[in-house]
Design a binder for this molecule. Structure first.
Ligand SMILES: Nc1nc2c(c(=O)[nH]1)N[C@H]1C(S)=C(S)[C@@H](COP(=O)(O)OP(=O)(O)OC[C@H]3O[C@@H](n4cnc5c(=O)[nH]c(N)nc54)[C@H](O)[C@@H]3O)O[C@H]1N2
Ligand SMILES: Nc1nc2c(c(=O)[nH]1)N[C@H]1C(S)=C(S)[C@@H](COP(=O)(O)OP(=O)(O)OC[C@H]3O[C@@H](n4cnc5c(=O)[nH]c(N)nc54)[C@H](O)[C@@H]3O)O[C@H]1N2
Ligand code: SF4
Ligand SMILES: [Mo]
Length: 696
């Protein structure tokens, strides 16, 4: 029974990893109001948040399952039983012909913790398939891989966001925070009011850069040598925090040796950043003596979405360790995660190599623990699957899946090299898409299942700080839609799964806690009530058998890192360059990213009428525009080795003359992008490839 809805519900935004608190007022056509007491955003919201209710009651909302009619080829309304029976039949048929791995699942970092957990469990237990991965692989996986290797654990920010305010210096490497999480920018403003300094590193002078005291504008894909050059300068000036390095790290000397050749002039040659600017930044970082430095280094997608992304993050972490920052007050390294549940989405088992609690699927002890919670034989759990892009690339091939279920991703807009990916999707025998709207990916499906959206269901999300928050149901869903949890449960029944799948979020959260107990991301002590009382609870938060409950862990690494001996492990990394160097035919760097008013593939925000749906554009410098004979707004054709698109020029002085930028919220940018993958994280090189631009 659906409970009667309240007139005002405190909940959270449906979009990014800040997970701003907001109120939804009214139960039929609710409006968004400020929730001033929620400490992460203090009532502030960005334009997307203020307009979040625009998708509630939207005329394009899917409210009935659709099945592709064999005769007409059109998607046609059917009832839920017919759609679910058909899906279960196809799963059984395809698996009996080709084995369990012939059915794949593609999840999303926008799913609640409960959904991400159930989806991973469904794939391993009901489908018995190893083939699950998710769009988070394209998000912060490079930082995750570097964090795990160095600190033994991956929590985007190991400290609350508000710690930024009390730092002396914040360095943003490839983050356009003022557009991608606007309410967070006030921490930078407050820091500067106190006399602190903000450093922005970006090939474009963004609205975040407008807040910078020091702005470096490197060639895309060169953040790694930039970090090597900074550590070189810090060491050459005798400014390495020797005591910290000796007591809290392993392997630093090899790193120190490896940066000896990275003189500022050498760095300038590779990155385009002048030696003096590099020296200015090194001076800022070492303005205070070792032990007193309140410096925070943050990376985001600009530095991470590269085929060298994980090494780049390792290089910036090495710099932070050399300066003696991680674990010290108002200092450290962090990654700004992206999607609403970008953090939790990677902890509960929808990643190809992971089980809940950030446990590794090839670890026998982890398998035994999780199988125990699930009530199954550990030997029945499949092993590691393919990473997101490798999974898509394998679809329909002799050894690849023949069927895929997509839950919360709009792949044909957001995957790299989409001309190729779309071909692979079309090679599938059967595709199911679960979504709230007819996304570009849903339009290619054989079955589309209409699901509830954020305000219509309850679940937890883990924000960029590792704070587990509760999105409470505020309104009754429209007739005809079901939650992802319900359809997972129904399908599991039809597949004769050995166990039942609950549809109750709180019950699932409790089970998820038990599955995570003793793991790296331990949620076992967290309850919905505690989240309500504390404005969220930071993991790790283990269950306590007697005495007061664990309060959660806002700040990590204060005494030790999560490695065997408690010390951070330094990794030597070298400069490799981008996967696709420029040449005569493709002489420009193409980079891609976001604008304030649109979210991701735009499936949701392009449908909100109060958000400007301006279409893709190609940002070019006036020098380049002149050479092309193009004025602002004139159509340009941009092409790479993989595809081309036409879009109007946006002539701006804020971009490097050798670089162009295209936002990826509209179909097009990803016809161009390179699918070269990072060897460790399997992150595609979204942020740089070689392009040619001509006037249309
Ligand atoms: N408005 C809006 N906000 C969002 C989202 C959205 O779609 N729209 N998505 C959310 C998600 S999932 C994510 S992951 C985050 C992403 O948040 P951000 O990482 O801040 O966003 P991006 O625009 O992808 O990239 C940031 C900057 O990287 C720069 N850049 C490009 N190449 C390079 C490079 O080689 N080096 C450096 N140093 N910088 C480079 C770009 O010019 C851009 O300004 O945003 C979240 N918030
Ligand atoms: N060129 C380029 N490409 C990029 C990036 C880039 O910077 N440049 N960034 C990458 C990054 S960081 C990311 S995170 C990805 C994101 O790319 P996508 O995975 O495409 O992200 P969304 O547009 O958020 O897609 C989510 C889909 O799920 C639906 N949805 C929302 N909530 C739910 C739910 O609870 N259940 C179900 N079943 N569906 C739901 C939405 O309507 C939408 O269609 O894009 C990547 N692609
Ligand atoms: S910053 Fe992110 S969470 Fe906050 S209102 Fe905007 S989109 Fe929503
Ligand atoms: Mo992301």
């Amino acid at each position: 029974m659906t409970p009667p809805m309240k007139e005002s519900t405190s909940t959270h935004c449906p979009y990014c990893s800040l997970q701003c608190g907001m109120k939804l007022v009214g139960s039929r056509r609710p409006t968004v109001a400020a929730w001033d007491e929620f400490e992460v955003n203090e009532g502030a919201l960005c334009r997307k948040g203020w307009n979040a209710a625009g998708l509630i009651g939207h005329r394009e909302r899917l409210t009935t399952p659709l099945v592709r009619d064999r005769a007409t080829g059109e998607l046609t309304a059917v009832d839920w039983d017919e759609a679910l029976d058909l899906i279960a039949d196809r799963i059984k048929g395809i698996q009996s012909a080709h084995g369990p791995d012939a059915v794949a699942v593609f999840g999303g970092g926008g799913l609640t913790n409960e959904k991400a957990y159930q989806l991973g469990k469904f794939t391993r237990v009901a489908l018995r398939s190893s083939q699950i991965d998710y769009n988070g692989r394209w998000c912060m996986s490079s930082a995750a891989s570097a964090g795990i290797r160095t600190f033994g654990v991956d929590r985007g920010l190991p400290f609350p966001l508000a710690d930024l305010e009390d730092a002396d210096v914040v360095v943003l490497v490839g983050s356009n925070l003022a557009e991608t999480m606007p309410p967070a920018a006030r921490h930078l403003d407050r820091l500067r009011e106190r006399g602190g300094k903000v450093v922005v590193i970006d090939p474009r002078f963004t609205s975040t850069a407008e807040r910078a005291d020091l702005f470096l504008q490197p060639v895309p894909g060169t953040d790694l040598p930039l970090a090597l050059g900074l550590l070189h300068l810090v060491d050459a000036a005798g400014q390495v925090d020797e005591e910290y390095v000796a007591t809290r790290t392993n392997g630093f000397d090899a790193v120190r040796d490896s940066v000896r050749a990275w003189w500022p002039e050498q760095v300038e040659r590779v990155t385009g950043v002048a030696g003096d600017e590099l020296r200015a930044l090194a001076a800022l970082l070492t303005a205070k003596p070792a032990g007193e430095r309140k410096v925070i280094v943050l990376t985001a997608r600009g530095a991470e979405q590269h085929a060298t992304g994980s090494d780049t993050v390792l290089a910036w972490i090495n710099l932070a360790l050399g300066l003696g920052l991680p674990g010290r007050p108002h200092a450290g390294y962090g990654c700004l995660t992206g999607q609403g549940n970008g953090q939790g989405g990677r902890e509960h088992g929808q990643k190809a190599d992971q089980l809940p609690g950030y446990r590794m699927i090839d670890d026998p002890a982890a398998r035994a623990h999780v199988a125990g919670v699930w009530g199954i034989d550990p030997d029945s759990l499949p092993g590691k699957g393919r990473s997101a892009y490798e999974l898509l690339d394998s679809l329909g091939r002799a050894d690849g899946p023949k069927m895929m279920m997509v839950v919360a991703s709009n792949i044909v807009v957001s995957a790299p090299n989409i001309n190729h990916v779309t071909e692979r999707l079309k090679a599938l025998d059967f595709m199911v898409v679960c979504d709230l709207v007819m996304s570009e990916t849903a339009a290619l499906a054989d079955v589309v299942l209409p699901v509830t959206q954020w305000a219509e269901e309850t679940g937890t999300m883990t924000n960029l700080e590792g704070r587990v928050i509760l999105r409470q149901q505020a309104i009754t869903p429209p007739a005809g839609v079901r939650s992802d949890l319900e359809l997972i449960s129904e399908l599991a029944l039809r597949l004769d799964a050995p166990i039942k799948f609950s549809t109750d979020p709180e019950e699932i959260f409790t089970e998820l806690g038990r599955a995570s107990a003793g793991g790296k991301a331990d949620y076992s002590g967290i309850s919905y009530d505690q989240i309500r009382e504390q404005q969220g609870v930071f993991w790790p938060c283990p269950a306590v058998s007697a005495g007061p409950r664990h309060p959660g862990t806002p700040r990590m690494f204060t005494e030790r890192f999560a490695t065997g001996d408690g010390r951070a492990i330094c990794h030597v990394v070298g400069h490799r360059g981008t996967a696709e160097p420029l040449d005569e035919e493709y002489p420009l760097h193409l980079t891609t990213g976001r604008v304030l008013a649109q979210y991701q593939s735009g499936a949701q925000t392009r449908r909100v009428k109060d958000l400007p749906d301006v279409g893709a554009f190609i940002e070019v410098h006036p020098v380049l525009a002149n050479r092309l004979g193009a004025t602002d707004g004139a159509p340009l054709v941009i092409s790479t080795r993989r595809g081309e698109m036409t879009a109007p020029a946006k002539v701006v002085t804020t971009i490097r003359p050798d670089t162009v930028f295209v936002p990826f919220h509209w179909v097009g940018a990803n016809k161009l992008t390179n699918d070269a993958l990072d060897p460790a994280s399997r992150m595609p090189e979204f942020k740089v490839c070689a392009a040619q631009v001509v006037a249309a």
